[in-house]
Design a protein around this ligand. Structure first.
Ligand SMILES: Nc1nc2c(ncn2[C@@H]2O[C@H](COP(=O)(O)OP(=O)(O)OP(=O)(O)O)[C@@H](O)[C@H]2O)c(=O)[nH]1
Ligand SMILES: [Mg+2]
Length: 685
């Protein structure tokens, strides 16, 4: 049933959207596949590893064996409809679909059971708290959990969450592996059956005590928000099952507790249980609509623009507040636009729909002005931007050149489209180096983007590290004369100037002083001399732009017929080039300030990496906001950023990230400088 046009429906028929989030490789795409299978939506469970999953269908994702972009799915379960938003966990790809979190009704943070990897989940737990999105933790790959592992895991996770974690299940072990679980709310035990719903079994005798202890803990957590339950516990009464279930649903919806459940996406462990949890506990979209400030009349929250599919440009978004039909009017920016075709997305398949119901996640054609992050209102409803999610910094850059110059226009169109759909990507034409520079989160990210560029748009490109903005300055004053004189045929050329140059303080730039007296150079030619001087400064003796120099124009001469602006410009350039040669030029390199965030215990290793890259460590301290993290700050030559991301991640289970901002220019001498100058000479030749 489609919600009414003039307001939200009662909500119970609305589709609920669940985001699967969490670290790379924990099994989100596998879990989506398992949910589709367990709900009867597909009759064969594909696998990421075998390349047969519904999600990760793009060649880039298949090649990588992990998600490179958000996957969307939908399914019905016992008459309820759900949309799944499977957000990649790989650091280079996690920005894709992040915006979708804002309108999701619930997020499942999928993690693996090893407690030493728990801190990988911290950034996401923090972000969900920040956004106020109700969430649960799904501990996947539970068959691999070590004895006592779940207990340790909870202890590690709790400090990372603003809300109390509520362990809902405890594992049943047989030998080395976990074969089932005890549900603490229902007080029932289940044994996993691969490919099927679990079967009910007796609670194993040796687990009874642990079950009682953990159940008490769960009830106490719930009692913090329910006085009646608290009273029952104080009176030593067994609370009614219905009360416990209602409390759980309410507390999750209000983001007061974070349930933790266990399972295995590959062997269907706990997946039916998870479906039931979603059915009973996932909030309806009215709450998300309120969170985003969607007014009466409904709206579409656009979380991504997709250009890659057969249908051309599509706005992916969530329908809030009411249903949406093809041809409905949406306010995009200030102007109304009619929606084109509507599609449901299942992995890489799109199916055309006449109408979407409240809560659906849809792909909409023709809303050309829509951008990721916009909330498109209906019938004059307020239009807003959803507050921006925090995208990771762009720490990798490459310079791109087309193999065939004829492809240059195609390249810029393609880059425009790629950046439109991927907000973590940015490209620009660098004025100084005349390079097309693409910036992304890390090398992994850029590698996938280059693959996409070639596959989708057929543009073959070469890539290399972008040039570093080296500069040069001078150590001592010098003087020179520039005289340009040419007598060829009729009109000659004559320009002549004498200058003196001296070093300025760092950051003072360029100063030009005119001390010409008695008309040695006529007024109208003086700007031309200055222009010539600036020409020469574009490439100093070492091959780089010259900074922090004062130039004084002292003297000169002119010819009443042959002098011209051009002649004086050439004279100015000659004088400056010669003066710079004499002034002991030296190299300056850009230095950035970096802040590396890394899990506790890896900070000093990160510091060594920075030192080895000529970094100067400013400090190592606990992270200001995150419980088990450290922050290392340092000044680092910009050249040291190349490959830094990969090196830091390799020492931190892929987790360290950093920000870098330009700080200052610093003198570079010795063999490093020689190498830079030599490489530059090679380029100029
Ligand atoms: N043993 C075991 N392996 C699993 C389970 N779930 C997923 N895997 C494996 O873990 C690997 C990663 O699974 P994915 O589903 O691609 O993980 P993901 O979380 O989507 O990863 P990203 O998209 O990179 O963030 C694959 O090789 C899966 O086969 C599970 O329950 N048990
Ligand atoms: Mg995935």
């Amino acid at each position: 049933m489609v919600g009414t046009q003039n307001g939200a429906s009662d909500g119970r028929t609305a589709t609920r959207a669940v985001a699967l989030v969490g670290p790379a490789g924990t099994g989100k795409t596998s879990l989506a596949e398992a949910l589709l299978f367990a709900s009867g939506t597909i009759n064969r469970q594909g696998s990421v590893e075998a390349g047969s999953s519904i999600g990760d269908a793009s060649p880039e994702a298949r090649a990588r064996g992990g998600s490179t972009e958000v996957n969307l799915y939908h399914f019905d379960y016992l008459g309820d409809r759900f949309a799944l938003i499977d957000v990649p966990g790989g650091p280079g790809f996690a920005a894709d679909g992040l915006a979708a979190l804002q309108s999701a009704d619930m997020a499942l943070v999928v993690i693996d059971p090893a407690s030493e990897r728990a801190s990988l989940a911290e950034p996401m737990l923090r972000q969900l708290d920040e956004l106020g999105v109700p969430h649960a933790v799904f501990v996947n790959k539970i068959e691999h959990a070590r004895a006592g592992g779940v207990r340790n895991l909870i202890a590690e996770l709790q400090p990372m969450s603003r809300e109390p974690l509520a362990l809902r299940q405890i594992p049943i072990r047989e030998g080395e592996s976990v074969t089932g679980y005890v549900d603490l709310a229902l007080e029932r035990a289940y044994r996993y059956r691969p490919g099927k719903e679990s079967e009910r079994v007796e609670i194993p005798g040796e687990l009874l005590e642990r079950e009682r202890e953990e159940r008490t803990h769960l009830l106490e957590t719930l009692a913090d928000f329910d006085d009646n339950l608290l009273e029952a516990l104080l009176m030593d009464e067994q609370p009614d099952q219905a009360i416990v279930m209602t409390d759980l649903a309410v507390d999750v919806a209000e983001n007061k507790v974070v349930p933790v459940v266990l399972g295995s996406a590959l062997s269907d462990g706990g997946v039916h249980r998870l479906l039931k949890l979603l059915r009973h506990e996932a909030p309806y979209p009215a709450a998300a609509a309120r969170r985003l400030g969607v007014q009466q009349g409904g709206a579409l929250h656009v979380f991504k623009i997709a250009n890659g599919g057969a249908m051309g440009r599509l706005a992916l978004g969530r329908v809030l507040g009411s249903g949406l039909g093809e041809g409905d009017e949406l306010i995009v920016g200030a102007a109304p636009e009619r929606t084109g075709s509507l599609f449901f997305v299942q992995g890489d398949k799109t199916a055309k729909q006449q109408a979407a119901r409240e809560g659906d996640v849809v792909a909409v054609a023709k809303v050309d002005a829509a951008r990721s992050g916009m909330i498109l209102g209906r019938k004059g409803a307020a239009v807003a931007e959803a507050g921006l999610v925090a995208y990771p910094p762009r720490n990798a850059a490459i310079a791109i050149t087309t193999r065939d110059r004829k492809d240059d226009v195609k390249l810029s169109t393609a880059l425009h489209r790629l950046c439109e759909e991927d907000p973590a990507l940015e490209w620009h034409q660098d004025d100084a180096s005349h390079e097309t520079v693409l910036r992304g989160i890390n090398d992994d990210h850029l590698g996938v983007v280059i693959g996409r560029l070639q596959r989708r748009y057929g543009v073959a490109v070469d890539t290399r590290p972008p040039r570093i903005a080296y500069r040069e300055s001078i150590r001592k004053p010098a003087g020179a004369r520039g005289r340009h004189k040419k007598q060829s045929g009729g009109h000659g050329q004559y320009g002549d100037c004498v200058i003196e140059i001296r070093p300025l303080g760092r950051g003072e730039g360029f100063v030009f002083e005119d001390k010409i007296t008695g008309g040695a150079i006529p007024r109208q030619y003086i700007p031309a001399v200055e222009a010539g001087i600036k020409d020469a400064m574009e490439r100093g003796p070492l091959g780089f732009p010259v900074v922090d120099v004062a130039v004084t124009l002292l003297d000169g001469s002119f010819h009443s017929v042959d002098s011209s602006e051009l002649a004086f410009r050439i004279a100015g350039r000659m004088a400056m080039a010669e003066a710079l040669e004499k002034a002991a030029a030296y190299l300056l390199e850009p230095v950035v300030k970096v802040a590396v965030d890394t899990p506790a215990g890896t900070g000093s290793k990160a510091g060594s990496v920075l030192s080895a890259r000529r970094g100067q460590i400013l400090g190592l301290s606990p992270h200001p906001d995150w419980a088990r993290w450290e922050r290392v700050e340092a000044l680092l030559p910009e050249s040291g950023l190349h490959g830094l991301d990969a090196e830091l991640r390799s020492l931190s289970q892929g987790l360290a990230s950093f920000t870098a901002t330009f700080d200052h220019l610093a003198e570079l001498g010795g063999k490093h400088a020689d190498e830079v100058v030599k490489a530059r000479a090679g380029e100029i030749r």
